[in-house]
Design a protein around this ligand. Sequence first.
Ligand code: BGC
Length: 442
Amino acid sequence: MLLVASVAALGGLLFGYDTGVISGAILFIQKDFSLTTQLQEFTISVVLIGCIAGAAVSGWIADRIGRRWTLLWAGVVFIAGAIISALAPGEPVLLAGRFVVGIGIGFSSVVAPLYISEVAPSNVRGALVSLYQFAITVGILGAYLVDFALAPSGNWRLMLGIAVVPSLALVAGMLLVPESPRYLFKTGRDLAARDELGRIYGEGGGPAAEERSIRESLAVKSGNPLLLLADRSVRLALFIGVTLAVLQQVTGINTVIYYGPQIFQMAGISSNSASILAETLVGTVNCLMTLVAIFFVDRIGRKPLLYAGLAGMFLALAALSYAFSQPHLSGSLSAIALGSMMVYVGCFAFSLGPIVWLLIAEIFPLRARGLGMSISTLANWVGNFLVSQFFLTMIQKLGTPLTFATYAVLCVVTMLFVRTMVPETKRELLEDVSMKVAAEAT
Ligand code: BGC
């Protein structure tokens, strides 16, 4: 089980690495290709456009060729993108390479959590999907460290190209693991599906209950995926999934993940290397605090962790906003600003980070899961694109204190949304979760 999840989590590692690596690489690309500010911004955001495109088609592909083959193809796309970017003779080819990498990230951001949630037994499903988020954070931290190590040589081609190694591992791994039993039932391969369920639960486990539950949920309706939207329970799940996905982004996490060094400089750390080092610390906190979610998410549940994390994020953002509203940011105020950023990232890491991916993998009925996750993940990437694209503009137009205060208010909005709309899904069979959502919709 752990092997299966680790392999799918390699998709998360590549997601994290390929989104994080550009923050350091851009300094050297800009010099080599003499980029204007606009082209620099576009070199950073083109990957997110690829993610939007990849996420848009991945659910459909995963329902056609299966979860396993889609992840395997994601690995191939990652390899192609890394090679094109690393060898790019000029800016246009680099942009094309980064776009291709984005497609790979878009694929894996939908299909990795989908695959893990479908293969995992319900009592450890939360931990296994959180492992995916952990892999994202390891990827981001790895990218910061590689950037830091290669900075003296300025070798951005190696920074981008090194992603070939985990991509090859993803392809090889997907050749070894089984297809999701839920997908096999869905496509009528009952014998193979029963076989996989037996392997997952071992001797005397619960495949009969699981099989009955999958069959019941499949019997309800199938056919044209867009017709699914006529179903109230699917629409409600979609509303919850899309809103959670957008809230995960508009509470501001990627301002710190993508622009960390710049924020640190505004907070009074003047040297480049010190601010890159501080960013590595952010990456470490992000990574370690995700372990808290892995440990607690199936024990105390999704919603308590979300409340605790969102409360911490709110307080940290309020403190950040206060520190930046003071005329001179130095001494103890700088310390408050830096501490708040760490608390903010740490609280995100055990709540909104993993649990949003988990919930959008849990709330859809099987027949609408590929489509529903695809649309929710697409919304996540659009939110990501908008926040990262307009962060610097917001700071210029609204000022730094008001920008962070806006994210703080959005944390409160998220808390209210979780309280009123989100079901607790701890230790429930996937099919029972969607029944719950259906009952709410009627
Ligand atoms: C988010 C990413 C973010 C990462 C940070 C993920 O859950 O979807 O946008 O960069 O967490 O760890």
